[in-house]
Each structure stands twice: as structure tokens, then as C-alpha cells.
Ligand binder design. Structure first.
Ligand code: TMP
Ligand code: ASP
Length: 251
């Protein structure tokens, strides 16, 4: 075990706390049990959610890394701690949609469940104070968060993540409907996938279930008051564990 000392709290978000450590190239992320939706208008404490999301995310990051996708992930520790490389996160939510659902169906005339080929890539400005608004091309340019080369690189990386995860989830009977990524730059300028990839940040439908509510295995169960949130997340972890060994303990 590579020993490290936990340092001060650097940042607290809705689902995680990020701590410095005594090593400059290492941050410790604690996954919380709190669940929020609709920019935290809806909140609950769901026992075990932190552990489930930490494990699922760790396994998905390990699979991405083995597939050649760089991420901030270094390993896990205990039940709900993940060790990561420090990254300057770009304040963009990169959403890839393979199937129409969620906000897309509220904002334009498209039936939920409509396949999207090629997948849609939507960019949102990540700032709770503005409720993470959708960005037009003109607004994206005006914000100047990334240059045109970085924009191409981040879209290509997000699409690569989609290709890898679509295939992985299909193997375990899950439709990856859509998901949100956060990307950032490491100290040496490498673009990597950061944050988490879990049923909080993905829509996952059970391919063996037809009912449009029963098939939901992600945070929509919480958003829509469907119950069985933790059971659904547990089912996702169980299936992912069936095809990916790990996660690796840090150190
Ligand atoms: P949306 O349909 O609400 O735009 O969500 C698209 C995807 O992004 C869905 O998989 C849920 C995920 N998401 C987040 O991870 N965080 C957020 O704050 C929002 C709004 C969506
Ligand atoms: N993550 C956002 C929130 O906490 C929105 C969502 O996932 O629905 O409010």
C-alpha cells in the first residue's frame, strides 16, 4: 500500500468530496450517499449509494483505461474512496445520447426510446448557479473554455468512451441510453476523463425488460420516484462485476 495522508477538503459537490493528500500528484475522492436531482431541488440520503457508485465508476474507469481511454483514475480504497490524478476540469458537461430520453424529449418533438444514429453530442455549461444551461455554438465560442483543437479532441474522446461503454453494457444486457462526462487536463496537458461514470450520470435500461419504468436501472428511478434505486444500482454493479475483474485497491 502506498501510504498517503489525507489533506484538506478541496471541493465539495453534490455527490462527492475531493480532498488533497500529502502527495501533490494525488487526490482522494469520497463518494457520498446523498442523491440530488433537478439541480438539488430534490434530495435524499440513500444508504450504500456512495459505495455502489465508487465501485461501478472504478470498474468502468479501469475498463476504459484498458481500452486506451485516458482517465484520472488511480485506484480505490475502502468502500467509498477513489484515488485520482489532479485534473483541471473543463466546466462543460459533455452528454452523449444514443437513444432519446430525458431533457431531449422535453425540449423537442422526439419520442422517448427513439434511436439516435449517429449519437447526439450536447454540451452544457457546468455551473449550478446557472443550472447547467445548454450551450449554443455561439455561446460556447463566447465562453472560450476550450480552443477549436481542444473542442475536437474532447468530442472525439467522448465518442470513444461511448463506443467502449456501449459495447460493454450491451454484453451485460444493458442499453446505454445516454451519459454525461466531465473532462479535464492533467498537469502535463493530457486530456482525460474525470469525475465519475455511474448510474447517477448514465441512463441504463435493462434490455430484457419491456416496461418503460421497470427497465430503468439508473438515477431516473430517483428522479421519477420509482423506488428501488439502490437495488437498481446494485444490479448494475453485479452485472459489471461479471465481466470486469477488480477494482484495484490503490497502492
Ligand atoms: P438529461 O436528459 O437530463 O439532459 O441528461 C442526460 C444525461 O446526463 C443523463 O444520463 C443524466 C446525465 N446528467 C448528469 O449526469 N448530471 C446532470 O446534472 C444532468 C442534468 C444529467
Ligand atoms: N445532478 C443534478 C442534480 O443534482 C441533476 C440531475 O442529475 O438530475 O441536481
Amino acid at each position: 500500500m502506498t501510504a498517503y495522508q489525507l489533506g484538506p477538503l478541496l471541493y465539495e459537490g453534490k455527490a462527492k468530496r475531493v480532498f488533497q493528500t500529502d502527495q501533490p500528484d494525488l487526490l482522494a475522492v469520497e463518494f457520498k450517499d446523498e442523491a440530488t436531482a433537478f439541480n438539488a431541488l430534490k434530495k435524499a440520503e440513500l444508504a450504500e449509494k456512495g459505495t455502489l457508485n465508487c465501485r461501478i465508476s472504478a470498474l468502468l474507469f479501469e475498463h476504459l483505461q484498458h481500452s486506451g481511454v485516458p482517465t484520472h483514475y488511480l485506484g480505490v480504497q475502502g468502500r467509498h474512496w477513489m484515488l485520482v490524478r489532479p485534473v483541471r476540469v473543463i466546466p462543460l458537461e459533455v452528454v452523449i445520447r444514443n437513444v432519446a430520453a430525458g431533457s431531449l424529449c422535453k425540449q423537442m418533438p422526439i419520442e422517448p426510446g427513439t434511436p439516435l444514429d449517429p449519437p447526439l453530442l450536447d454540451l452544457y455549461y457546468k455551473d449550478d448557479a446557472y443550472a447547467d444551461p445548454f450551450l449554443s455554438e455561439a455561446r460556447l465560442e463566447r465562453l472560450a473554455l476550450v480552443n477549436s483543437e481542444q473542442r475536437l479532441e474532447l468530442e472525439a474522446l467522448a465518442r470513444q468512451v461511448n463506443t467502449v461503454l456501449l459495447e460493454l453494457f450491451a454484453r451485460i444486457g444493458l442499453q446505454l441510453v445516454d451519459f454525461k462526462l466531465e473532462l479535464g487536463f492533467t498537469a502535463d496537458g493530457q486530456l482525460v476523463v474525470a469525475d465519475e461514470i455511474s448510474p447517477d450520470t448514465c441512463r441504463l435500461w435493462d434490455l430484457d425488460v419491456d416496461d418503460d419504468k421497470d427497465r430503468i436501472l439508473d438515477k431516473d428511478r430517483f428522479r421519477q420516484d420509482l423506488g428501488g434505486v439502490i437495488e437498481a444500482y446494485g444490479e448494475v454493479l453485479k452485472r459489471v462485476q461479471g465481466v470486469i475483474q477488480g477494482p484495484s485497491m490503490y497502492g
